[in-house]
Structures are given as C-alpha cells and as structure tokens.
Write a protein of this length. Structure first.
Length: 201
C-alpha cells in the first residue's frame, strides 16, 4: 500500500473519533456528498484486473461503514434537496460503469441498504458494439501482455512528437499512455486494437 493511502486511511480513522467526529459530521451535513464506483465484480472475477473496480465483499463492507455515518439518498435529492433536512448527512451512490451492476450481486447489496443508486452509461458502448479506448488497451495488455502493449504504444511516439509543439518535447518520459493527448486517445487506441488486439478477444 502506498504511503498516500496509509495517510488518507489514518486521517479517515482520526476524524471519526472524538473530538473530531462531531465537527466532521457537521461539515458533511453542509455538503453535497456523492460517491462513485467504477465497477463491482465477484471476488474471483478476472474482470477486476481487466476493467478495474472493487470486489463484491469490499463493496459490501464499504456500504456497511458508510451507513454508520450517512443516510443514503437518490442523487436528485442530494443535489437539489436541503442537506439539513436529515438527521445525518446525505450520500448518493453512483456508478460510472453501469453494466457491472448486473454481473455481480451488487443490486441485491444495494437493496439490503435500501439504496437508490444512479448508474451512468456510455450509450455508444451498449450491446458491446464498441469498446472505450481504455478498455481496448486493457484487453491488449491482458491477452497479449504488458510488454507487447508498451512496445505498441511507443511505436506511435514519433507521430506524437511531430504533432506536438517543440516546447512540450520534454514531456516525453515515463509511461507512454500519459503522453497521449486526450483528443488522440480514441484514434491511437483504435489503431493498436486493429493491429494487435481485436483478433485475440
């Protein structure tokens, strides 16, 4: 575990104890509290490595701990309602990858806590007709190996160097992915997907 994770966890435990607990609750009461999850997978699912996210057991434990501090509420209530009309701070649970909710017992766990969660879905990816650029790279890494992916990503660097102003040339170091301009990620990932990824998935 990284030192930053250790620090944040330690601070989290600290603010839950007297004399800080009352002040923490008061502060949270005045906020629009929204928590998002990326994906919830069964504990043994290889999809956790492929697409990232949490295990079902970790998700269940999260909700148990959060229920001790918050009142779960729909996103619309948290954003538009009065944050002070509840004895405890309100918290909305959201998902930025709604498909994973149906591939685990995530929905049942939400029901146990009477949580009306909100799921955001990329409509271009419905029915698996299209993968997002990040998912294409993840698939290549899993099925072809990280070295194959890294070499392929480095192969497009001359093109990136040519398209980037010389004043930014010193940014080309470290992870190749971090050097891809946001507006080119879809294009470059699609090219690598066609070259080395699609046939293996």
């Amino acid at each position: 575990m990284a030192w930053s994770d250790v620090l944040s966890r330690s601070l989290g435990h600290l603010v839950q104890r007297p004399p800080f607990a009352a002040k923490t609750s008061k502060l949270l009461h005045t906020q629009r509290n929204v928590l998002f999850y990326h994906g919830i997978w069964s504990d043994a699912s290889p999809a956790r490595r492929l697409f990232w996210g949490l295990s079902v057991s970790r998700f269940r434990e999260d909700l148990k701990q959060l229920s001790e501090w918050f009142t779960f509420a729909p996103l619309s209530d948290v954003l538009s309602g009065d944050p002070l009309d509840s004895p405890r701070p309100k918290l909305a649970i959201t998902f930025d990858d709604g498909c994973t909710m149906m591939q685990s017992n995530c929905v049942e766990i939400l029901a146990e806590h009477s949580i009306a969660a909100t799921a955001f879905v990329v409509t271009d990816c419905l029915d698996n007709q299209r993968l997002m650029w990040r998912h294409k790279l993840n698939c290549i890494e899993v099925f072809r190996g990280p070295l194959v992916l890294k070499r392929a990503m480095r192969s497009v660097e001359p093109e990136l160097r040519a398209s980037r102003p010389s004043s930014q040339s010193n940014t080309f170091s470290g992870d190749p992915f971090l050097r891809w301009p946001p507006y080119q990620k879809d294009i470059l990932a699609d090219r690598l997907w066609k070259q080395i990824g699609r046939a293996h998935v």
